[in-house]
Design a protein around this ligand. Structure first.
Ligand SMILES: Cc1ncc(COP(=O)(O)O)c(C=O)c1O
Length: 378
């Protein structure tokens, strides 16, 4: 395989050495079950306690408000299904560009008798505030809007959205899987009642995540068993991955300002360079955009062909989201911002992490025009 320059960090990220080092002893030495009373159990429980404190600190919440889960999808499922129907409120309100972890949970909720309202977005992916206003009512259990979109990087105004939810007596949930460690989030300042995050998007292992639930929130589990995680998420905890998530959270937040500034600069370099290519356009906003996200469309190019060609030339990128990468269907996010099927299927997502360099961007600037030209000649 040609050595790949990795520009698919919205799909997943590399586990960084600092995280790996912290995790390894939990496989081979501190392998106890954190619920066990003996010393090995206590060591595992201590690792989890530190991880919980570290994650809580990054969000400005209490450790007791953090539930570890298997990832962003499970956190989203618990957040919605755990509160819908409570307090006589049987409706979920969400946006048209949410990840399928939210959209499909809404479909499931409908299939068992609850209601879900999907609010449209504008051409840059910002939620339509007047449609949201009409959608809200006193039957809404939860308003769920993602902090940052995984395809086009749109950043929503969390403070404004939580205010609207609370005016109607609803909870406010945000899927912060893409935003976490890249956007300044403070659950108190921003009025967030529940927040989902995922380990593998922040240089921790796959298969781990967390859900913040504000103390005092009435919420039920969706999985039943041994009562771990204060009864909200039964099943023996994935201790090494949780330890890794805690370390990643602490590590990334300690370099937050610098990393965000660097990624923003590289992002803008990519946008400026790519827009020089004939027949190219940026999807999503120029401002209020996630610092590591770029997303383009190219006239006369099939996104899938371009991604495969780039891969052969040493660049790993994607079309829309990783989950839809093998589909021939246009991404629901791109349809929601008004792109037609041809436009939506001609797109490329290039997403950064703190590990990307100016040299990576130089290489992209060299290779991409060639790859596009070849795709157009096919
Ligand atoms: C915005 C968003 N939400 C949820 C998820 C699902 O997270 P996980 O893969 O940890 O289940 C993703 C992953 O792509 C995502 O981008």
């Amino acid at each position: 395989m040609v050595r790949q320059i990795y520009f698919d960090n919205a799909a997943t990220t590399q586990v960084i050495p600092e995280v790996l080092e912290e995790i390894l002893p939990y496989f081979s030495e501190r392998y106890g079950n954190p619920s066990s009373l003996h010393e090995l159990g206590a060591e595992a429980a201590a690792g989890m306690r530190i991880a919980r404190e570290r994650v809580a600190k990054t969000l400005n919440c209490y450790p007791s408000e953090i539930t570890f889960t298997s990832g962003g999808t499970e956190s989203d499922n618990i957040a919605l299904m755990g509160v819908v129907g409570k307090r006589g409120r049987d409706r979920i309100v969400t946006s048209a560009i949410e990840h399928s972890a939210i959209i499909e949970t809404c479909s499931h909720a409908r299939s068992i008798g609850y209601k879900a309202t999907i609010v449209p977005v504008d051409r840059e992916g910002f939620i339509d505030m007047s449609a949201l206003d009409s959608a809200m009512g006193d039957d809404v259990a939860v308003l769920s809007v993602m902090a940052a979109n995984n395809v086009i990087g749109t950043l929503q105004d969390l403070r404004e959205l939580s205010k609207i939810a609370h005016e109607h007596g609803a909870l406010f949930h945000t899927d912060a899987v893409q935003a976490y460690t890249k956007v300044d989030i403070d659950i108190k300042r921003d009025g967030i009642d529940m927040l989902s995050l995922s380990g593998h998007k922040v240089h921790a292992p796959k298969g781990t995540g967390a859900l913040f639930v504000r103390d005092g929130t009435e919420i039920s589990p969706i999985m039943f068993g041994g009562g771990q995680e204060r009864g909200l998420r039964s099943s023996t905890e994935n201790v090494p991955a949780i330890v890794g998530l805690g370390k990643a959270a602490e590590y990334l937040m300690s370099n937050f300002a610098e990393d965000v500034a660097r990624m923003t600069r590289l992002r803008d370099r990519i946008i400026d360079t790519v827009l020089e290519i004939d027949g190219s356009a940026l999807n999503g906003p120029r401002m209020k955009r996630l610092c590591n996200n770029t997303h383009f469309r190219f006239e006369g190019v099939r996104g899938q062909d371009l991604v495969l060609k780039l891969s052969r030339m040493g660049i790993a990128a994607s079309t829309a989201s990783a989950c839809s990468a093998s589909d021939n269907e246009p991404s629901h996010v791109l349809s929601a911002i008004g792109l037609n099927a041809t436009q939506a299927l001609s797109s490329l997502r290039v997403t950064l992490s703190g590990l990307n360099t100016d040299e990576d961007v130089d290489r992209l600037a060299e290779i991409l025009p060639v790859a596009i030209k070849e795709c157009r000649q096919q």
